[in-house]
Design a binder for this molecule. Sequence first.
Ligand code: SAM
Length: 266
Amino acid sequence: MLVYSLPGTFETREAHLDLLWEAGATGLEERAGLIRAYFDTETELPAEIRDGQWQDEAEQDWLAAFKATLRPVRAGRITIVPPWLRAEVEAGQVPLIIEPGMAFGTGHHATTRMAVEALGELDLAGLRVLDVGTGSGVLAIAGALLGAEQVLGVDIDPITIPIAVENAQDNGVPEGRAVFVQGTLGDELPGDWNEPSDVLVANLYAELHDLLAGDYAAHLRPGGPLVLTGILTGKLALVRAALEREGFTAVQVREDGEWALVTATA
Ligand code: SAM
């Protein structure tokens, strides 16, 4: 990318901007006291604007730069990794592969990490796990990798569904075992998912947990574990009150910085 930088701002050099366009600039930008003009080729410029400098700047691939910063994330028995770091998962850890993309849930947020950890502490063998606000599908997929027989991920955002389906495939979770649908609690859910599930996990936010607490109770079998996160520690009281209102027991809280995770029993 060829850039011609000259001292000044759009305001101080207003009269010269047209000269840059006429010389063939494809774009102009003002940054830190410099006007940066983008060109396809180096060009002879009029005298008034010859006080600048030509630079050939390497194209920055921001996505590649971001990807290079990613590290495996250990969450209890599971290590969440992007596909290219699969080989870095330590022996004995269950790898959970998530392609970083448009949907929330790469494992790099404390809430995702705490929820995966909490799921890993449950014996999910043969159980049905409902994941509300599935995003990348990370929690539902964690459930399947930890032995759940069936998992359902629901999300109101339609872009998340194909992403979660692909992530489940990348982790070798068979299509019938992990189902992802657009929607939320209160909607008609597929198959027998309107019946209470064995475990319910939701990484949303405190106000939404308050609104959905009644639905959580309706979608969990008696004695079923509830795992809630996305809760700022300052809003824990709201979630505690909602759980008490809906008859949940054994409420426990763990914190990571400003984020909290709450477990309870239906
Ligand atoms: N489960 C993933 C994780 O733990 O990393 C993603 C959690 S992300 C913080 C919250 C997700 O919930 C988003 O994908 C958002 O679209 C979805 N969401 C927000 N409100 C919802 C609702 N009322 N019902 C279902 N999903 C919802």
